[in-house]
Design a protein around this ligand. Structure first.
Ligand SMILES: Cc1ncc(COP(=O)(O)O)c(C=O)c1O
Length: 1008
């Protein structure tokens, strides 16, 4: 029977629908494995699925499906399709096809919604919702019985061992993978056969799941197609859903977790069912690839039959890399059980014991412990560099011990640490790059060669040289049985010779010497210490047992590796408290000004910066693409050191001679044209502008300012009065009488459009100047940012600044370039933004980047301006120009030069711009890409150039989920700003473009 001969023409289906069911509508064909399916659309709100059986279909089984749908509909409401009887009342009518074959028809009410396949992204909340839907259906089907329910079905996992007969369809590697799962499945059979059975849907694949249309919080609405329903082990139903939901995921186990949780929420799973889920998922995939291989031979024309073949294989390979026990523990956690089944017994046994530390370190008698905080937020070790300089680190440890009468620095259980930065500690998960950062053992910081002894009787399982940078070096793992519980203890960073002197299988007594602590580099290249860890499972590790875990798996690992302090019971070793961020948010709301905002729907709790990264307190690394303040990179070692060294020696005001201020002045003057030869140092961009405005007033003796629409210049009274972004924004009360605003010179969506609009916008400036003169007044200054930041990364049109400066000067005004955002090489082609426009301002104001996070600003001006300002009134600034700030500023400028960061801004900026231009072709929502160097922006609009602020906010929040920080701005909040630290390189840019592409493809970003 050829597949083609089963098919029906649309006109035939039309006729059948009308004649048999009295339903007339537009007929389209739908995919299906067994039945031949059609959609009959009657109106916008009324449609049906018509399922036409293959010849020779089992009538009892079709009746079973109908009964099942009724049963579920009676209990589960709208979550399954309702059956429409034929005009004559039959629920299972049939007709005879042109080949004289009996074909049954079933008409089902159409449930609106998108197939699972069409939904993007499929986030944890959607997976949870799928789990709930599947669980609810299983719950609704409880008690349903039918003679057709126990049937032979190749898709039934319980019957899956039939695949054994088809291994010859596969190559050697494929056979090895299938063989592994088959063996596992067979070994579990006795317990598996005892599990609960019931009639279940058994086919939550991509085509059978319907999702609500809502692109912000999509939810699973219904499951359709009951063609694979069968009475089987209930856990199989969840396994099928997991098998499909985990396809195409970088971390399939992580994708299954919310699904299991959702299922368990609606239909409580039994503890004994969970060890079978891993294998059941694999078996479903094995069945799928075997069916595909068979189908390829039997029905090459039916491509639907092979839809998930490639994805199933990919998942089978990834799944193989997950230890079945680890998956089991993860599923237990999802169901609210202690992840490791033996954890409760261990917790019961341990408090009855107390192990003196001398048992572990007999040569360290009567020593107390002192806490050593090496967490990501800890300040003791300080800069990341300090972790890597082992001599210096070791010196600090020794001096700490001396200060505390030889006490042993210790700690680290569940501490999130920033030090695991090499490749082996990183992976790309479903939500972007992840780092193993949660420390699972306790560290005791003792000198090399300190003897280490066994805590309990045990058998040696591992005694190796776990070589490599940031590995264990000499490693010994012992197996114990105490109080009836099996567990393991790990001794890491021993000397290689003492560790490898043992042999697996050897037995040890409590108190026996294991070996001595190693020194670097043989101990894995760490300052000498013992890493002591308890484990409830060894899995298959023979060397590098994880000593740190991914934050997302912390709950499971916490259970697998219980707190060693359960044995020592020393206050010092108490793990850090998991204080929720809510308390901080509440405190902020109560005691800090309400006008301080927090970024992101779920605010970040950032505790460390390093180069282009910001780290939260779990050690999650975010690529910072927002922070142009950390100009040469967060906590750049040269800048940090410059500040620290000077801070320890002197910090005072400018009334004494000091070379730091002169050195900074010299560095700055090298970057400026000779016309700008006088400097004043201040503490912020606002202060710089405030001083610049005062200077300009002193020169001109006037009151009126000309400023840009959407311009921002600072938070002081006068700065707000000249910042249209503020006085025309939320809470503002419009332009003061003496502030004159010209239209935003936006060549893309502004009053005049196109690159050749410089003259038109300059004409607007001229109009304002004429207006001021018409009132019999003069102008103080024209102040403009070379690329408008809050205005939405607006590049000024060609010729605008030149013409506007000329007009302002002719009118007697001063020209101020606000370089607080764009200065110090950020624009790539030039060191200062005004240099892009071929002009020389009278005053340049600087801030943000100059101190790399330290409050430092400056004002550069011409000799004429400076002299006019010095009218006898002293300019005193308590902090401005102090030796610490100046050391830092000099450090920043020298770093820019030494590390060629301006050049990097140009190269990387151009690379990003090209990438964005490519994405703009793919996604018309990206309407404009603009900016210079590493000061870029892209604007989201619809086809009519209407701003899409909702999409911009969505994008920024989604990119944050993937570990990339961006921000929005512009008068309509629809511009994404890009202004990362200048050490942002090609690989960061590639990562950004990769995830941007992903997010742009998501449903919410699609034009309506
Ligand atoms: C262009 C511009 N000028 C001045 C300022 C004010 O600088 P600060 O916040 O350091 O006072 C800002 C701050 O965002 C700015 O963007």
């Amino acid at each position: 029977m050829s597949y083609e001969s089963l098919l029906l023409s649309v006109s035939e289906v039309n006729r059948l629908a009308e004649e048999i069911f009295g339903i007339a509508g537009h007929v389209t064909s739908l995919p299906g494995e067994i039945d031949i399916n059609f959609k009959v659309t009657v109106s916008e709100t009324e449609a049906y699925t018509l399922k036409i059986s293959r010849p020779g279909a089992d009538e009892e089984y079709l009746d079973f499906q109908n009964q099942l749908l009724r049963y579920a509909a009676d209990r589960g409401g709208e979550m399954v399709p309702h059956i429409i009887p034929a005009r004559d009342g039959r629920t299972l009518p049939f007709y005879t096809d042109p080949h004289n074959r009996k074909r049954f028809l079933r008409m089902l009410r159409w449930i609106p919604g998108r197939p699972w396949n069409d939904v993007n992204p499929k986030r944890e909340s959607l997976l949870f919702s799928l789990g709930r839907q599947c669980g609810s259906l299983t719950a609704a089907l409880q008690g349903f019985t039918h003679p057709g329910a126990r049937r032979e079905l190749q898709w039934d996992i319980a019957q899956g061992l039939w695949v054994r007969n088809h291994l010859s369809l596969f190559n050697r590697e494929q056979r090895a993978i299938i063989g592994y799962y088959l063996q596992l499945f067979e070994s579990l059979q006795p317990a598996y056969r005892e599990l609960r059975t019931a009639v279940v849907h058994n086919d939550a694949n991509d085509h059978n799941i319907l999702v609500s249309e809502d692109p912000t919080r999509p939810e699973v609405r219904a499951l359709i197609d009951f063609g694979d329903a069968v009475e089987t082990q209930i856990i199989n139903d969840l396994a099928v859903a997991c098998a499909y939901a985990a396809m195409h995921r970088l971390d399939p186990l992580q994708a299954c977790t919310p699904l299991v949780e959702g299922y368990h929420n609606e239909f409580a799973l039994e503890e004994r069912e969970l060890p079978h889920l891993y294998t059941a998922i694999a078996m479903r995939l094995v069945i799928s690839v075997t069916k595909s291989a068979l189908n390829r031979e039997q029905e090459p024309g039916n491509t639907y039959l092979q839809v998930s073949d490639g994805a199933a294989w990919e998942l089978l390979v990834k799944w193989r890399a997950i230890h079945p026990d680890f998956a089991h523990f993860t599923f237990r956690e999802a169901c609210g059980l202690p992840p490791h089944p033996n954890e409760p017994a261990f917790r019961e046994w341990a408090p009855g014991q107390k192990f003196p530390l001398e048992r572990l370190f007999p040569t360290e008698k009567n020593k107390r412990l002192i806490p050593l905080d090496l967490s990501v937020s800890g300040t003791w070790a300080g800069h990341q560099e300090a972790f890597n300089d082992l001599d210096a680190f070791q010196c600090k440890i020794e001096s700490l011990r001396k200060q505390h009468a030889g006490a042993i620095p210790a700690g680290g259980y569940l501490e999130s640490r920033p030090l695991y930065t090499t490749g082996g500690y990183e992976k790309t998960g479903n939500n972007g790059p992840e780092n193993r950062s949660i420390h699972l053992g306790v560290d005791f910081w003792l000198p090399a060669h300190t003897p280490v002894h066994a805590l309990f009787d045990g058998e040696i399982m591992i005694a190796v040289n776990d070589a490599g940078d940031k590995e264990y070096g000499g490693l010994v793992v012992l197996k114990h049985n105490e109080g009836g519980v099996d567990f393991y203890s790990l001794y890491g960073h021993l000397s290689v010779a003492t560790a490898t002197a043992h042999r697996p299988g050897d037995r040890m007594k409590a108190g026996d010497r294991i070996g001595v602590l190693g020194n670097y580099p043989e101990n894995g290249n760490w300052a000498p210490h013992l890493h002591f860890q308890l484990m409830m499972s060894l899995f298959d590790y023979s060397t590098d047992y994880p000593g740190v875990a991914y934050p997302g798996q912390m709950g499971v690992w916490e259970s697998i590796c219980p707190d060693p302090n359960l044995l020592f019971r020393d206050e010092v070793l108490r793990p850090p408290e998991k204080a929720p961020d809510d308390a901080m948010i509440a405190f902020r709301q109560r005691h800090l000004g309400k006008s301080l905002s927090l970024q992101y729907r779920e605010p970040l709790h950032i505790v460390r910066g390093a180069g282009t990264y910001l780290l939260d307190r779990q050690g999650r690394k975010y690529v910072d693409m927002v922070n142009n303040v950390a100009h040469v990179g967060h906590e750049h070692p040269a800048v940090v050191r410059a500040g620290q060294l000077q801070m320890a020696v002197l910090n005072t005001n400018t009334r004494y001679l000091h070379r730091n201020i002169l050195e900074l002045a010299e560095e700055l003057l090298q970057t400026l044209p000779p016309e700008l030869s006088v400097l004043h140092f201040v503490n912020s961009g606002s202060e710089a502008n405030e001083l610049a405005l005062r200077m300009a007033k002193a020169v001109t003796g006037q009151r009126d300012f000309v400023v840009s629409e959407a311009g921002y210049h600072g938070n002081t009274n006068l700065c707000v009065e000249i910042s249209a972004y503020k006085f025309n924004g939320k809470g503002g009360s419009g332009a003061p009488e003496y502030t004159h605003v010209f239209p935003l010179p936006d060549p893309f969506r502004g009053k005049y459009r196109g690159r050749a609009t410089g003259k038109s916008y300059a004409g607007e400036v001229q109009l304002l100047l004429d207006g001021i003169h018409a009132k019999g007044r003069g102008v103080v200054a024209l102040i403009v940012e070379p690329i408008l930041s809050c205005g939405g990364q607006i590049e000024l049109p060609e010729g605008f600044l030149k013409a506007a400066y000329a007009s302002a000067r002719t009118a007697g005004g001063i020209c101020i370039s606000d370089e607080v955002q764009v200065g110090c090489g950020r624009v790539g082609k030039a060191f200062w933004g005004f240099q892009l426009h071929g002009v020389i301002p009278d005053i340049v104001t600087m801030g943000k980047p100059l101190g790399n996070g330290h409050p430092l600003g400056a004002v550069a001006c011409s000799r004429e301006v400076a002299d006019a300002f010095a009218n006898g009134m002293e300019y005193f600034n308590t902090f401005g120009g102090n030796p610490v700030s100046c050391a830092i500023g000099t450090g920043v400028l020298r770093t820019i030069r030494r590390e060629k960061l301006q050049e990097n801004a140009l190269l990387t900026g151009n690379f990003i711009k090209e990438g964005l231009a490519g994405l703009a072709e793919k996604y018309p929502l990206i309407a404009d890409v603009r900016g210079q160097g590493l000061f870029l922006g892209f604007e989201l609009t619809d086809e009519q150039l209407r701003p899409m602020a909702g999409q911009a906010a969505y994008l920024v929040n989604r990119m944050k989920d993937y570990g990339i920080l961006l921000s929005t701005d512009g008068p309509a909040n629809n511009v994404i700003k890009i202004k990362p630290p200048m050490v942002f390189g090609q690989r960061h840019a590639e990562l950004f473009l990769h995830y941007l592409d992903k997010v742009m493809a998501e449903d919410y970003m699609k034009p309506l």
